[in-house]
Design a protein around this ligand. Structure first.
Ligand SMILES: [Fe+2]
Ligand SMILES: [Fe+2]
Length: 275
């Protein structure tokens, strides 16, 4: 597997496609970190596609219409979500209306929105699929059979497919990575807010990471203020959570995809950037 050159000065037709995938935006610290860091990443890496998980963008839970706009203006092309997709009511209509705002494909059909989109970049068609795990999460339908159904639908229409698998259990995500190896270009995990160090291109050519981590404050507990979380663990009493603010980071990966071979990743590289 060769390392892919990504010299921005190279002829765009010769360079691999560059995809940035960015972990869950948590609250205003996450939105600010994205606003600050993404323009720099875009200048440095000239990505063809930027995928951002926005499921904690509004006050730490869910996403609202304002944060959809803010994340889009910051430079996201596709926004994926997860188990908090519907927490903010004003986003329900947008989930139906905005092609490139996704909620997990295996939620109930009766829930608003859709689970994949296809975007065209530099003459290549890239399918982006959002999927949610079944272990420890309330998920309407089975992730493994749903992704098989989505792939059967879009396989012939695309050159590349990137899956955001929003799931709790590392085992379920690793199993999904093997399930998808060679059938999609990349699978990135989200939801735990903790970045994993297991990124690699699997033998079948699928770029993989168990979890991207989050874009938000490292001062608290997975992006939320430290004190209420500690209080809850120590006292077993309910606490009201607010997003933490200090020490914001952007976490994600840069993936390069072959321009000549369908569904083939060339490299995956971790981005852990103090905002
Ligand atoms: Fe999250
Ligand atoms: Fe989540």
């Amino acid at each position: 597997m060769s390392d892919a050159p990504t010299d921005p000065a190279a002829d765009p037709a010769d360079r691999p496609l560059v995809v940035l995938a960015i972990g869950d935006i948590v609250g205003s610290a996450g939105r600010k970190a994205l606003n600050r860091v993404l323009p720099v990443l875009k200048a440095d890496h000239q990505p063809d596609l930027v995928i951002v998980n926005g499921e904690n963008a509004a006050g730490g839970i869910g996403i609202n219409a304002r944060s959809v706009d803010e994340i889009t203006r910051a430079g996201a092309d596709v926004i994926t979500l997860g188990n908090h997709a519907y927490r903010q009511y004003d986003v329900h209509k947008l989930l139906d209306d905005r092609e490139e705002l996704l909620r997990p494909a295996n939620h109930l059909a009766s829930q608003p929105g859709h689970g994949y989109c296809i975007v065209e970049r530099g003459g290549q068609r890239i399918g982006v699929v959002n999927l949610q795990g079944n272990v420890f999460l309330e998920t309407g339908r089975h992730a493994f059979s749903e992704i098989d159904a989505v792939l059967a639908k879009i396989r012939k229409q695309v050159d590349h497919i990137v899956v955001d698998f929003h799931a709790e259990a590392t085992s379920e995500k690793i199993a999904m990575g093997w399930h998808l190896d060679g059938r999609v270009s990349a699978m990135v995990g989200t939801h735990t807010h903790v970045p994993t160090a297991d990124l690699r291109v699997l033998p079948g050519g699928t770029a993989y990471i168990t979890d991207l981590g989050m874009t938000g404050s490292r001062d608290g507990v997975i992006g939320m203020e430290r004190e209420p979380s500690l209080r809850k663990f120590v006292t077993h009493m309910h606490s009201r959570y607010e997003p933490a603010e200090k020490d914001p980071w952007l976490m994600g990966v840069k993936i390069t995809l072959s321009r000549t071979e369908r569904l083939r990743a060339l490299s995956i590289e971790q981005l852990l950037i103090k905002a």
